[in-house]
Design a binder for this molecule. Structure first.
Ligand code: HEC
Ligand code: HEC
Ligand code: HEC
Ligand code: HEC
Ligand code: HEC
Ligand code: HEC
Length: 256
């Protein structure tokens, strides 16, 4: 078999075009794939309203918390806008922030900032979760400062205090401390509660005793009345016996 120069050239042209088409197609596919990955990561978030359908209690507690309003609140908005609305602020003041596109899933710190995107519903109590946004070393309530404190070294987590009884207001109740601080010193909360309880119990006992005493006194009055009657009866009886004896004696001597 022998090919003409023309057929050969045509075949070359066809191969080169096929290669070019293949390269552009895979390029388009690759771009498309990249695009879907970015779009999906934001799409994975369903929003707190969806969680509300089944977790009304947590939703109601959360919705007025500073974290729920971390984007909408005035303090943030005025500070942010005065700086020209830089996108790096959104990392912590929104949920699902994507640095590459500058987009975010929701305003504020929502359910899915702590429980992962979508209906995965994971529970994460590690201080690192909070520390991702609460950075800094001043005091025990910023991550690096917290790590240097006694509570962290004793295994106490942010959530032990800020989610006491799983409350999603994230506020502290003094009772939260009493979960662990039970019998150390005079300022111990549970001790105070116990003492107050004992005081109330003692007051109740006191009332009970007073009531008993009153009952006893009434009984005594009654008994006293009975005793007086018995005494009168006894005196009367005695007098009667003496009288009868005298009469009998007088009568006896008269007969003699
Ligand atoms: C259709 C109802 C439904 C929706 C919507 C829903 N959940 Fe749940 N969730 C449940 C049920 C049922 C449980 C298991 C029972 C329970 O612990 O209350 C649960 C448990 C959880 C738990 C505890 C899991 C564990 O391991 O103890 C978390 C956290 C949670 N959900 C978060 C969320 C978040 C965040 C959303 C919104 C993104 C959400 N849920 C949406 C029904 C729902
Ligand atoms: C690394 C996470 C992070 C970044 C980034 C961040 N913030 Fe914050 N921001 C926080 C946390 C956490 C608090 C709450 C601090 C506290 O109460 O201890 C806060 C509090 C604030 C407050 C106070 C809100 C109030 O109710 O008083 C303002 C205002 C604020 N941030 C503005 C900004 C601005 C503007 C930027 C960008 C320049 C920014 N933040 C970037 C985490 C962050
Ligand atoms: C700042 C982080 C944070 C946010 C925001 C948050 N949670 Fe939680 N949530 C937690 C932590 C931490 C726990 C585990 C508390 C524990 O076990 O001590 C938890 C526990 C839960 C549980 C399990 C409660 C149980 O009885 O076991 C549910 C359900 C839940 N969250 C739902 C929600 C919903 C719904 C929202 C939004 C309306 C939300 N959370 C917002 C941090 C958060
Ligand atoms: C996605 C970032 C983010 C995460 C994760 C996060 N926080 Fe926050 N938190 C914030 C921001 C931002 C604020 C400030 C809200 C405001 O006032 O504008 C805040 C405010 C708070 C406040 C109220 C502070 C005040 O001044 O009253 C408490 C308490 C708090 N966070 C505790 C926690 C705890 C505990 C966790 C972990 C379970 C946690 N946060 C996880 C970003 C976050
Ligand atoms: C031993 C309990 C406990 C632990 C652990 C704890 N906190 Fe606090 N936190 C408190 C108390 C109490 C307050 C003061 C609340 C008030 O004044 O209403 C507070 C206040 C805060 C505030 C308000 C701003 C401030 O600095 O006063 C933020 C934000 C906060 N905590 C975040 C955290 C984070 C994040 C962690 C973990 C890295 C953490 N806390 C660990 C008890 C605790
Ligand atoms: C989950 C358990 C737990 C909770 C909740 C808790 N603590 Fe503690 N706390 C500890 C442990 C453990 C230590 C370290 C052992 C010790 O000093 O007795 C400690 C130590 C302390 C110390 C001594 C700190 C130091 O640097 O020596 C103070 C003060 C304290 N806690 C106050 C509080 C207050 C206030 C609260 C409530 C807002 C609270 N704790 C909640 C477990 C807890």
């Amino acid at each position: 078999m022998f090919m003409s120069a023309r057929t050969k050239r045509n075949r070359m042209r066809f191969m080169v075009s096929a290669c070019l088409i293949a390269i552009s197609l895979s390029g388009i596919l690759l771009l498309g794939a990249n695009f879907t990955v970015i779009a999906q990561s934001i799409d994975e978030y369903v929003g707190s309203e969806t969680c509300k359908e089944c977790h009304e209690v947590e939703y109601e507690q959360w919705k007025d918390s500073p974290m729920a309003n971390a984007f909408a609140n005035e303090a943030f908005q005025s500070e942010w806008q005065s700086q020209g609305s830089p996108s790096e602020c959104l990392e912590c003041h929104t949920t699902g922030f994507d640095a590459a596109s500058g987009k975010y899933a929701s305003e504020g710190v929502t359910c899915e900032a702590c429980h992962e995107a979508g209906l995965t519903m994971t529970v994460n109590t590690s201080p690192e979760l909070c520390g991702g946004c609460h950075t800094g070393s001043e005091g025990e309530h910023r991550y690096e400062g917290f790590l240097n404190g006694t509570h962290a070294s004793s295994g106490v987590k942010c959530s032990d205090c800020h989610l006491y009884e799983k409350s999603h207001t994230f506020e502290i109740e003094s009772k939260a401390c009493a979960v662990c601080h039970t019998e150390d010193d005079i300022h111990d909360r549970r001790m105070i509660l116990t003492l107050q309880g004992e005081k109330l119990e003692a007051a109740d006992k006191h009332q009970e005793i007073l009531a008993d005493l009153e009952e006893l006194q009434e009984g005594l009055e009654e008994d006293k009345g009975k005793a007086t009657l018995i005494t009168y009866v006894a005196y009367g009886g005695g007098a009667l016996i003496v009288l009868v004896a005298v009469i009998v004696a007088v009568y006896y001597y008269k007969i003699k």
